[in-house]
Design a protein around this ligand. Sequence first.
Ligand code: CO
Length: 650
Amino acid sequence: MNVMTKGVIGGGIGNGMVAYHPLDPLSVDEISAAAAIVRRADEFNDATKFETIELRYPDRDAVRQWDGAGRLPRRAFVCIYDTHSGTVRECLVDLDAGILIDATIIPHARTAVVLDDIIGCVESVVQDQDFIAAMARRGFTDLSNVQVDPFSAGNFGLDGEDGHRIVHCFVYNRNGPFDNGYAHPVEGLNVIYDLNQGKVLEVLDRTMVEVPAEERNYAIRHDRIAAMTRDDLKAIAITQPDGPSFTVAGNKVHWLNWQFHVEFNAREGLVLNDLAFNDRGRVRPLLQRASVAEMVVPYGDPSFGHFRKNAFDVGEYGIGRLANSLTIGCDCRGHIHYFDGVVNNTAGAPVVIENAICMHEEDDGMLWKHTDLMTMAVETRRSRRLVISSVATVGNYEYGFFWNLYLDGTIELEVKLTGLMNTAGYNDVSKDNYGTHVAPGVVAQNHLHLFCARLDTAIDGVGNNLVEVNVIQDERGEGNPWGNAFHADQAVLRSEKAARRNRNAETERYWKITNPNRQNRMGGPTAYKLVAPSMVRPFHHGDTQLAKRAAFTKHQIWATPYTADERYPAGAYVNQSTGEDGVGAWTEADRNIENADLVLWHTFGIMHLPRLEDFPIQPVVKCGFALMADGFFDENPTLDMPPSTDGGSA
Ligand code: CO
């Protein structure tokens, strides 16, 4: 039995929400109000569009000192761009006073590629005479089902980049509106389109390759799929007769020992704030804020236009803008609480993404168990977790972001990758050296998915250390006569440069965040360890423009002292960026991070060498990380769990 409750993200003006939190995203009314204020300003004209309208966070100290009763000032960050001049401005709006406080030009910035841009691009390309001619050369005269994929173009010093906000399009053909275009790549044909001018700059007809004709579909509407669909699945029903164990007030959630605030924004999508654990009556902070703040998908094929495929899906598009509206029974089962997301379109109007965030409890199998060998007495406890999730569709791919909270204090992020692989036509330059031939004439190229989590830590409060642990095999000798000794070497990483760290399987390396100002029962600093099973290195050369723009991929671990405007590890304006902003540049200052208001940046992901089984649609592949208590509690924090019984509540 699936049950649904509903909340609306946005705690500001006029949504009738009783609960308020200073980090509540802007409501529908607040977005409209902010847009109206900016529209009246001198900086605004008929050619101006809105990229982002979001909450400008109140001062961090004010949020910390907020007493839970009063309201902090509501301010909006509004990013606008002039499609004639290309000028990008950041506006600060005081929503309480109804005034524009500031409008600052951001030199060289280019705004993200948003839905309105993509629609405009696709409509224009198929009407372009050069494009029509290039398709005709390939035997296609009916372009009603041609699929144009606008890819962020990157920064390579190529013609058309300077002074333009562009996309580099790849082309696929569909045999009908619902046919899978990725089975029919139109290889060697690309289009450069200017998003600000709204026109095609160049059609690049690079090589002629026969377009593969075989249909490869996955949807039930296709006869082949309908015919093979099995009918031997028995129902699985999830029942929660007493309702869920969580309570929700506005965007604030309590679940057993956990409490946190749910945020949704256009760029990062799902964000958790003020994550804390109630340790037998004492609310102990863990994370100030947790989000996936950037990602990049570098492809490894050098041929024709494919070298340009390096989408930064957070910074260049915004995974919040692209979030799915989730459906009960399909995406989420059990007792579900949904939160809506509110973003804006380029006209400055609010856009509500209904059911953008799903929250529910799941049974999680064994928590702990022991059979006493002398008495044969058995003690078993079942685990459960709270899952807070959001799924974004970024062109061909789906990214599911699942934050899981566990009874033992573990915080886990599971990223689920599914959807359709971006494909290319088999060509004489690359052959199948740089990908996998998944169907005759269809190559799915080698690529990586690299994510960067921004973990604004507050383990037991502000003042955290980043500690590296390496396991050392002791030398044989007097102290180690049997050759079995090994020990853990622990070192505090004291500055930003020292904290640029990579994986090392030889020493079972891992990292901890400790609070040197708090002690556990045995006298050690209270701590959490980072469990990082998805560390992967990039394979582009270090002297490339991509290496600079995606500097966050160079190391799996970075740490910085909290700074309000250091939010995005590839910089604030990623589209066609030069790489001068971001975690690589900030950490050149080598600031102190000892006993600091610490932000940990963890880069993780997967190396994706495509499999035949990933085509035509990829079953979920997972990557992620966890933060696990390590000397944070004085003992197993789940001893209070009731014994598990058949059909019992635990
Ligand atoms: Co992939």
